[in-house]
Ligand binder design. Structure first.
Ligand code: T4K
Length: 372
């Protein structure tokens, strides 16, 4: 039996490099609450992400949840169900109602032609997801948001380091929220960030991540505890030194997959765009069973039997979660439902050897020919 291959593997610096970065923490005894490592990473990320302002949080989920709170959203929020649980939960946990818009069949992002029909007098925001690092139709979203005075909060969890038309992706919308979870292109073990332009929003967010405390004697809002600690920030500082090389290695794996799988009947791959600098975070494949000859679940099982843990990101779509039973109608987003039932995300990380990528492709392609 060959070694198990998981869907991803965290990028890490050498132990020596991390030890060197955390040594001053032992001197200072300053472990959290916006210490020097936090400040240093924040400054470095502002530059790397090409954004006006960035704040660091415990994770991408709290970045979304507290951003919505800081913006004071009310009523309904238009979003997509083809995403991780976090996007929808953040809306619901703010007491807001998610209104699900369908997705584009080619790139899985919000179908902008369907947004306006969903807007009511209760709508306060749009929460589009740059899913798998595929950039949403930004200009059209901006046009709609301006026309109806809506806030735009991008779930940018998958887009670390990406640019669109030469601009850092975090600079679009009112707010963009990143995840720095262990499974992401860039990680701080657990972590997240919010990029924004309005300093007043930034002040509110900063307080909200620290219980809503404005000063020692004034608590101005019902906040949470979502501060990134010094060890996580130190991990980020180390990982940031290697990020460009890591992304290049991911690109090589993605290219390898693409060479083997592009053009195969019944397989749909992520679209490639000239105006986007991509981070190669995920390699989703949609299996159109009728043409390919095998279903997503056939391939999932065949890989599993060989110790390869591809993942069904994002199945089930969030509107069909058990916790939202009877609240939403999945048939209102037929494309999201269709894709959720057919997509499989192949293993992808910087050090995935080409022979493993080949083995994965061999098993996958064999499924198509044997079942078809
Ligand atoms: N919005 C979107 C669109 C998101 O995708 C996410 C998170 C968020 C918001 C929220 O951001 P965070 O609050 O998480 O920062 C994983 C991640 O936990 C989650 O961050 C991510 N999206 C989601 C797509 O995937 P699981 O439950 O699939 O993770 P898990 O534990 O099964 O790990 C997957 C594989 O990663 C493992 O098989 C091996 C590898 N791994 C995992 C861990 C935990 C490592 O190599 N090292 C590790 O430490 O959710």
């Amino acid at each position: 039996m060959k070694d198990t291959i998981l869907v991803t593997r965290s990028s890490m610096p050498s132990l020596e490099e991390f030890m060197e970065e955390i040594a001053p923490i032992w001197e200072s005894h300053w472990l959290t609450n916006m210490g020097p490592e936090h400040t240093k990473l924040q400054e470095q990320l502002q530059e790397y992400l090409q954004v006006e302002h960035v704040d660091l949080l415990t994770n991408g989920h709290m970045a979304l949840e507290l951003s919505m709170q800081a913006l004071g959203l009310r009523g309904e929020v238009i979003t997509t169900p083809f995403t991780f649980a976090s996007t929808t939960h953040a809306i619901v946990r703010n007491g807001l109602k998610p209104v699900f818009c369908d997705v584009d069949p080619e790139d899985f992002t919000i179908d902008v032609s369907k947004i306006e029909d969903l807007i009511t007098e209760r709508t306060s925001a749009i929460v589009p997801v740059h899913v798998y690092g595929n950039i949403c139709r930004i200009e059209e979203i901006e046009r709609i948001a301006e026309k109806y005075s809506l806030k735009v909060i991008y779930d940018a969890a998958h887009t670390f380091g990406e640019t669109y038309k030469g601009r850092g992706i975090g600079s679009y919308g009112d707010v963009s929220c990143f995840s720095f979870h262990a499974t992401k292109v860039f990680n701080t073990i657990e972590g997240g960030a919010v990029c924004f332009r309005d300093p007043e929003f930034g002040r509110k967010l900063y307080n909200l991540k620290n219980f809503g405390i404005r000063s020692q004697e004034c608590v101005e809002a019902v906040g949470a505890n979502a501060k990134m600690n010094e060890f996580c920030a130190a991990m980020g500082i180390c990982n940031l030194r290697h990020i460009d090389a890591e992304i290049r290695k991911r690109e090589a794996v993605s290219t390898h997959y693409r060479e083997r799988l592009a053009g195969v009947k019944g397989l749909q791959l992520n679209p490639v765009r000239d105006d986007v600098k991509c981070n190669y975070g995920y390699f989703p494949v949609v299996f159109h069973e009728e043409e390919f000859g095998a279903s997503r679940d056939d391939v999932f099982l065949a890989l599993k039997q060989e110790g390869i843990a591809a993942r069904k990101y994002f199945y089930p779509i969030t509107s069909s979660f058990e916790c939202y039973r009877d609240l939403y109608d999945v048939d209102e987003t037929p494309v999201a439902k269709y894709l959720g039932d057919r997509v499989l995300t192949l293993p992808l990380y910087a050090d995935l050897p080409p022979e493993d990528a080949d083995r994965i492709c061999d098993i996958l392609l064999r499924c198509g020919s044997s079942c078809g």
